[in-house]
Design a protein. Sequence first.
Length: 450
Amino acid sequence: MSKAQVDHHHEEGIALTNTQQDRDALEYDDEEEVEDIVDSFEEEGWLTRCLHPFVNVIVLLHYHWIYNRLQFVLGSIATVMILLLVTGVVEKLDGPKNSLDGLFANHRDAHIRNIPYWTTINSKLDLKRDMIDHWCLDGSNNNCECADPFIPEAKFMDENWRKAAKLNHKAVKKAVQNKFEVKYSHMDEEQKDETTHEYAEERTKSTFRTLDVLFLGSSNTEARTGREIGVEKDDLKGIKSTFETQFQTNSSDYTGMALGIAGDTAVNLLWRIIHGGEVHPDMDPKVYWVSIGINDLIAAQCSEEVTLVGIINVVEELKIRKPNAFIVINSILPVHTGKDVLESNGKALGHWRSLSNINGVLHSFAKNTKKVKFFDGSKVFAKVDDGNLCVRGELYADNFHLNRKGQKMWGKAQIDFLHDLIQTPQEETENTEADMSNSRYYDDPLADDV
């Protein structure tokens, strides 16, 4: 090897050595810098450390805004639209504007799967858990607070609910002990002209009659007692007075008592029937009127199928306990949302799709079941306007609750329904007397000889 080659290799070795030393020095400096950053970061407070990611994001956004403004704007718009589409907000904006209608807007595929199958149900034996396709209104099984419709459930943790249940039980016990107390109504015009002590005493006297109808339900039923979850409300006094006039005076065609608790679902009512003493063995009204289901569907977000099973279970329990009584299923009333078109061109819209499905199956169930009747409340609380079926909003105090006018209309329709179902006490007396006069057991054997 020549001297020149040796010198060349020597220079390359020195260069390599210097490069490795520089690299080691750089790594050493980087490690020291990282350690310094970590040390300084640890010395900062937790709030400062938490703000670092946000500061980095702001710096990054500012950079793109300055140097890539067009791409930044287009990217932001695309990101927002994707988020809206994923969350379904765009569909809601294009569809129902009301929040309650929006609640049902995404449930097009979550309705009853096989309505003809459900319409064949005519007893509790036909109800099984495996017939429930999905438990929640959105079509899932986990995105709702829906209780098992086969198991009665009480709200023991709610103090007001316990109070309301006790008040209902107390009212039943009083009715059993004294039959049913009714007040004499106002006198006719001739009697009003009388000022004798006897008439004044008559006006305040009470009497007792057999209970004709027991109303079981949730908030609209409890409102008839002037209470909301056991608490008396001033704004419900008018409704209480209306109910007393229609069902609790001596001149009422039928005597009735209301047992409701606001917010109750079907399983809560089922508990009240089985364990709460509201259906007493010694109290035998001719009719049990059931108004339940709206809280299952909207508050608990139960599917239509679960809501149906809950209502039918209540009816079946009443049939077992009171086989001689009529049971009336009140349809679930339409919701007053502000945008109150229920049907347009024969197509159910918004919440009415679910309610009309449920009511239709309940109607079929009542037709197939002995001593069970269906009361269609839509005939009272809906009207046809410009070819569309619409809610009568003037009968509602809010989305779900009837005002005094609505309660009066409801009571009048119920009385008319009862006229077709059972006889008034006066009609029963007249028919009994007629039967007795026509009976061979009361014929005078000597009549022909006189």
